[in-house]
Every structure is written in C-alpha cells, then in structure tokens.
Design a protein around this ligand. Structure first.
Ligand code: MSP
Length: 507
C-alpha cells in the first residue's frame, strides 16, 4: 500500500506582515514534508491564509480598502515568503476561496443536523486579536490572558455544545497518548478539559466579514470554526468518497504554535466528533521565539523579518539555525551571536571545511574523479556504518518532531568524519601509500554523500550543491539510495569544487 503523509501549518492571519513566527511553523513542516518525500511517502503539505473575522475586517477598514481587496493583496505576502524560504508546500489555501466556503457551510450543516448547534444569545468578553471569547474569571487585569484588550459583546449567537464533549475528549486523549505533543502541552490540555467546558459561541451578527451561516443570513460563522475547517477543505471535503479525501484525511500532523493549541486540540476534535468525521492523528505545539531576550511585538519594534535573516546569513543557514538551536517544542531566544556561532562552527567549520578539504584534494590529486578504493579496513567500515545507519535514528526523531535531535546526531557523524580525516591524514599518504589514500578519500566521499542525503530536508540548496560536487545524479538522492544502492562509482568525473558554507564575518 502507498505510504501517505498529510501535514498542515496553521493558516496565517493576513493582517500581519509575515515574521519569524510564521516562517518557523512552516519551516518545521517543510523539513518534515521533504524528509517524508525522500523516504518514499506521497506527501501533501498544506499552508495558507486565514482571511475572515473582525481583526481582518478592521485591518482592511484601516487600510481604506474592501476586505476582499485587502486579503487578495496581503495573502500574496505569505506566498512570497514561501518562495523566499524555499517551502515545498503542495497547496496554499485561502479561506475566501469557494472550495472552502462550501466545506465550512457543510460542516455547519452537519453540526446543526446532528443537534450540536443551537440558537441563543451571547453575552461576554471578546478579544479581537485572539478572535476568542473569555469569561470574567479568565481575564487578567481586565485583559485576555494573552494581554490583548477585550470588548463586551452581547448578541444573538449560535452555540456549539462543547460542554458535552468533555468526556469523549478525555477518553480520546487517553486512548491516543501521542495525539498532543509535547507531553507538557498535552498535560495542560487535559487539565483544561478536566476543569469543564462551556458551550462555544460559533456565530456572530455584529459584523459581516465571514462565511454566511447556511439558511440564516443574519449570522456569519465564528472565524475559528471557519478556519479550522480548512484542513478538511484541502482534503476534498465535503466529497468524502473521493480518492483525495480517502487518502488525505485524517491528517497525520497539524503543526501549530503553543498559543493556538487549545483551538486545535479541544475545539477541532470536538467539532469533528460531532460532525462524525475522523480526527487528525497528531497536533504538535511548538514554542515561541523571543528576540535577544525580549518578547517579540510590533509595539516594541523588534519583530524579526525573515527576509533580513536570509539576506544577512543566507537561506539554508537560517533554516539550519532555526531548527538546530532550540529543542523543538521549547521556547527559544534569537540572538545574532548564537546565529553566527552556529554558522561558523557547525556549518563553515565542521561540515563546510570537511567537504572542502576532501573535494579540493580529490580535485587536485585524484584527477578530479571519484578515487578507486582498495579494501576498506575496520575503521573505514565503522565510520561508513555510522553514516549509513543515521537514517534509522533520523526517522525516529523526525517522527517525534525532534528536528534538533536529528541535526545533533547528524553532526556527531560530521565530528567522527573530521576525526577520521585527522587520524588517517590522507594528504600524507599521497607519497607513501596512494592506494590507502584512495580508500580513505573514497570512504570520506561516501560519508559526505550520506550526510548530504539526510540533511536535504533542512538545507535543500546547500545539500544539492554538495551532491552535485560528489557527482550524485538527481535520480539518486532519495533515502533508497542510502548504502550500497547509491554508492559513488569509482572513476566518475567530478566538477570543480565550490565552498558551500562561507564563514560569517561581520560587515
Ligand atoms: N489564524 C490563526 C491560525 C488558524 S489555524 C486554523 C493564527 N494565525 S497567526 O498568524 O497569528 O499565527 C500563526 C502561527 O505563528 C502560530 O502557530 C503562532 O504560534 C506562530 N507564531 C507567531 N509568533 C511567534 C513567535 N514569536 N515565535 C514562534 N511562533 C510564533 O493564529
């Protein structure tokens, strides 16, 4: 049977310019999507924009244009970011698209028909920034727990009977211990749900920018019910008998930031159970970045612009840093010093230098062709075996979204290869034992090939360049090429080597 993998990012609010937080969530998904493709999965990687709601309506009004024109314009910023970051998403969904409006209205009909939605009146606090409802007791100093201002709202509203889903949700979490990760976040969700759930207001009447509630023109759908449904829209819902839906849904992974976990791990599964649809397999909540120790905010003016990072440090170095520096799931601090340290130590020094030394020596002294190895000794075999077996460990780490661990283990092999070069000193074998020299260099090139193959998901361009320099054909760069299957052919001509990771020198 074909192996499939459906992975989603949150859909981004279009009122913001894309910043590091948006780039980070999608980057993690991109690395995982690329890993799975190289590992033979049929991957569907979805991202997009969340375009309805009061927040976007206000932003459009402030810009003096219609909400539709506004979203058309700013949604493009997120597509542009995807290109700039080299994201490999297969689809980009906008909640203003007809396919999504059809799906959102259909899930509404299902919830209504099954008796889980009823008409009443809402009176309470609302935070436009979070697009969330709060009770008096949830407020902190008169604000939402996120610090966002709240306003009093009183209006006719449809409600979803969330309170009835407490036990089914707790049962589901218990039966699926990996549904919410990391574990600390899972515990937070369980304790929140254990504390009891209130029915949720799922329609609004006081503004217009949203999807119409079917058969009641006075109401629009609550933006989170609308937005969460994007994940099934892109899987082909409501056509649930289609091949597309059958192969994609349920999703393998919803990647989200910790701030929006509750919507994904409580509301969304409850909506799906009530609509009699299967639940996604996992929701992973990652942490938040601060900037040089400070919370990132527009008002502090310290928002990190991904374009500036790419321009300053290079795309792949930025991708590497974001996934290597912080244990995935934890909060992390961005500092330019930490970035520079990673670039100069891990990339320029450890991997870059290794590749450069080996390739330029082979270029000069082995006729710019893959050397013909003699018999490999135990040391050569041991190093090669480490490089070849990395994939088993990496599968495990990628499946746990532990990107930092995957890179850490990969760099342990980089370290072992550097020690091997020092010990074997191929440069001094040139005159004394050329056959042994060829064997050592061949072993090193094979190790480099494996390092490049498994690091492609994080640094696709740099690793493509390294594989080009090793004369690995484009058709031999999947994980099935690990080991003897894709071994470098002795005698194959090599191109002129070029550095892959320049040292960062402050301007
Ligand atoms: N529109 C909703 C999601 C709907 S999904 C059905 C939304 N959008 S958002 O644009 O505000 O945020 C999107 C993502 O960016 C979230 O996963 C959030 O955690 C992430 N980040 C925003 N700032 C961040 C940091 N400073 N650090 C890391 N990620 C952060 O929420």
């Amino acid at each position: 049977m074909e192996k499939t993998f459906y992975i989603t990012t949150p859909i981004y609010y279009v009122n913001d310019v894309p910043h590091i937080g948006h780039a980070y969530t999608t980057l993690a998904c991109d690395a995982l999507a690329r890993f799975k493709r190289l590992d033979g999965f049929n991957v569907h990687f979805l991202t997009g924009t969340d375009e309805h709601g009061q927040k976007v309506e206000k932003a459009a009004a402030d810009a003096g244009i219609s909400a539709q024109d506004f979203t058309d314009k700013v949604s493009q910023n997120f597509r542009d970011l995807a290109v700039a970051m080299n994201f490999s998403n297969d689809d980009f969904i906008r909640t203003t698209e007809p396919r999504h409006i059809v799906a959102a209205q259909e899930i509404w009909r299902r919830l209504l028909a099954s008796g889980h939605i009823y008409l009443d009146k809402y009176a309470g606090w609302y935070s436009v920034r979070d697009e969330g409802f709060f009770t008096e007791s949830e407020l902190v100093d008169g604000k939402a727990p996120s610090g966002a201002p709240v306003e009093w709202v009183e209006e006719a509203s449809y409600f979803f009977d969330l309170s009835k889903w407490q036990q089914p949700l707790l049962d589901f979490y218990a039966a699926h211990p990996d549904f919410i990760l990391p574990e600390t976040r899972r515990n937070e969700v369980i304790s929140f749900v254990s504390g009891g759930l209130r029915d949720l207001s799922v329609s609004r009447t006081s503004f217009n920018w949203g999807i119409d509630v079917p058969d009641d023109a006075d109401h629009i759908m609550y933006v989170w019910l609308d937005a969460l449904t994007n994940y099934i829209t892109a899987a082909g819902f409501p056509d649930i008998t289609s091949d597309t839906y059958q192969t994609r849904w349920p999703a393998d992974l919803h990647m989200v930031g910790k701030d929006i976990l509750r919507f994904h791990a409580v509301y969304w599964p409850a909506f799906l159970m009530a609509a009699d649809l299967p639940l996604p397999k996992r929701v992973f909540a990652h942490g938040w970045w601060t900037n040089e120790g400070e919370k990132i905010s527009k008002s502090l003016g310290n928002v990190i612009d991904p374009y500036v990072l790419i321009e300053t440090y290079g795309l792949d170095a930025t991708r590497y840093f974001l996934l290597r520096e912080v244990p995935f799931g934890n909060d992390g601090d961005f500092s330019s010093q930490a970035m520079i340290n990673r670039i100069n130590a891990d990339l320029a020094n450890d991997l870059g230098n290794l590749a450069q030394r080996v390739l330029s020596f082979v270029g000069k002294h082995c006729g710019a062709a893959v050397p013909t190895p003699g018999t490999l000794n135990a040391t050569d075999h041991a190093l090669l075996a480490r490089a070849e077996s990395l994939i088993t460990r990496l599968r495990y780490h990628y499946d746990a979204q532990a990107f930092h661990r995957a890179l850490e283990e990969t760099w342990e092999v980089v370290g072992a290869a550097n020690r091997y070069v020092d010990e074997q000193a191929p440069w001094s074998l040139r005159k004394t034992d050329p056959e042994r020299m060829a064997t050592v260099l061949y072993t090193l090139m094979e190790v480099l090939r494996h390092l490049a193959l498994v690091t492609q998901p994080v640094m696709p361009q740099a690793m493509a360049s390294l594989l080009d320099q090793l004369a690995v054909p484009a058709s031999a760069r999947a994980f099935t090429d690990i080991g003897a299957a894709g071994a470098l052919a002795a005698g194959a001509a090599l191109p002129q080597p070029v550095g892959i990771f320049p040292r960062y020198v402050a301007a």
